[in-house]
Ligand binder design. Sequence first.
Ligand SMILES: [Zn+2]
Length: 358
Amino acid sequence: MSAAFEALAGRWQTFVGKVEQRLGEVMAEAEVGLDEVIAAEVVDPGPLSQAIQVVRARLHGLSQKVDESWDKIDGEIDAILEPMDVGPDWEALQAKRSALRRAGWGLREKIDLQVEIFRVKKEADAARALWAIVEKEMTEERTCERCGVTLRPGILRAPTSFPCPSCKAVHALRPGLAAAMFFQGGKVHSLAEETALGAWMELRIEEKRYQALRHPADEDRARFEAATLAYWRAYCAAYARHDPAWTPEHVEKEIAGRMGQFRAFDSEADTRGRMGEILRLAKAGDAAGATRVAAARGDLAGSFASDAAEAAIERGDRAAATLLLGVQFDLERPGDPKSAWIKERLAETTKWLASMKT
Ligand SMILES: [Zn+2]
């Protein structure tokens, strides 16, 4: 049985290594190809976005292969583990399976991350190439038609009324093509995204961590929210550095708006977040307190205690889970002896959570 498992593990590790190698090749090719595209066409964003789509599609295909291969191997592992009882042997193989699954997730995440970082960096490269033309445009002289002095309006983001400093005649000036493309074609966004990449990666980790929890608690949500705020701060500060229209007030308003969206979107998780209190009590060994919190749920008291026990197992806290199953037992009074019932529920839930694919 163990030999069959080891054979599967070996197959999986070989596959992961091959995909890693292929990923490196695809990225190296893409790097050269995209630099050529950016050098050839600076103003029209079409060719770059098409080239990025091609890279994205290739890497998506690679990701899919990882998923498909894991599903197949995981199914074969299931066949080995399914007939076994929960015990040291089962737990050992289960831990090995988790490590194999994490290697697959890690690889898929690496692919997703690389394609996204690549896109951001290349779009920022393109924005810088365009900015060089904007600067050239700015040095082009404009002359007042009435008195003939040179006008120096600086960077024009949009059509602007500009009074001649000498004769005061008002000129309707239009931005040059490159400036118009830069400010209205999302180039500032590209540069801000690049500057905020580090904060974005932190946010991505927190978001994935949060979403992977079946029962998020208050502090989990607070972590996710803090990472979201850090990202928007980094992004908006960078945006303001490249766009004179973004005043400090505008930046604050933008951040407030983004966080408003975050909170509105997360209102459902807000109620789930109340799991925090009962988990803290269980962790502190306060069975009476945990019972009080669960009992406040009325008819749902037993299932709430059960969910909380699941949440404790999810966090690897078997002591808290045992306490919470005890609370559930006292609330629901199933027929079996208490300790045997708790032991069985603990094993069942552990097995069930381990079998969850996502
Ligand atoms: Zn003039």
